[in-house]
Write a protein that binds this ligand. Sequence first.
Ligand code: DX5
Ligand code: ZN
Length: 224
Amino acid sequence: QPVTRIAPSILSADFARLGEEVKNVISAGADWIHFDVMDNHYVPNLTIGPMVCKAIRPCTDAPIDVHLMCEPVDDLIPQFAQAGANIISFHPEASRHVDRSLSLIRDNGCKAGLVLNPATPLAVLDHVMDRLDLILLMSVNPGFGGQSFIPSTLDKLRATRERIDAWQEKTGHRILLEVDGGVKTDNIAQIHEAGADTFVAGSAIFGQPDYAAVIATMREQIAG
Ligand code: DX5
Ligand code: ZN
């Protein structure tokens, strides 16, 4: 697995041609498909669910990275696992029992992630590090693509990177650090520098005609 990953958010793809968009963005060099699930309850927007995940599953071998912006989360976890999700992440505010929801994700054969909103303190990670494969820091408030990167995320990334490295030192277990919201070719280097290894980008990629060119520029920016 490469040290860094680019995960295009299909929220900004053309939904009328979703299968083709998934194939195109992966052949353009993307590593993961980031799949944003919104319920018009936890966030004020409504998107796609397990049926759409199942529909795009045959389009690629790339991991599908499901980002649940839904409340509650537990019922959706086995549904997404059966629909072919590889990684499932949720917001701690949306689950009454965070430890249980994280365990449920792994019990269903997926990698488990916790998503922190811009104002969610890192303390939510304190007692669940051993349950985590990924930490996703939101660099915008969840609900919409095309928002601007919130600069205070950079300090939060540095602090999260320290925790992850200390945890790896202690246990040998490597937790991925993903960032989501407002990631562009002109700020990805800073975000990488602050400690992220996995980059979600929606509008930056799907808003341009040449996905391969955007992804190649992003990779150059985070190389080395
Ligand atoms: C926002 C979603 C993001 C979004 C990112 O709630 O979780 O994944 O699609 O879009 P951009 O890259 O356009 O900010
Ligand atoms: Zn997302």
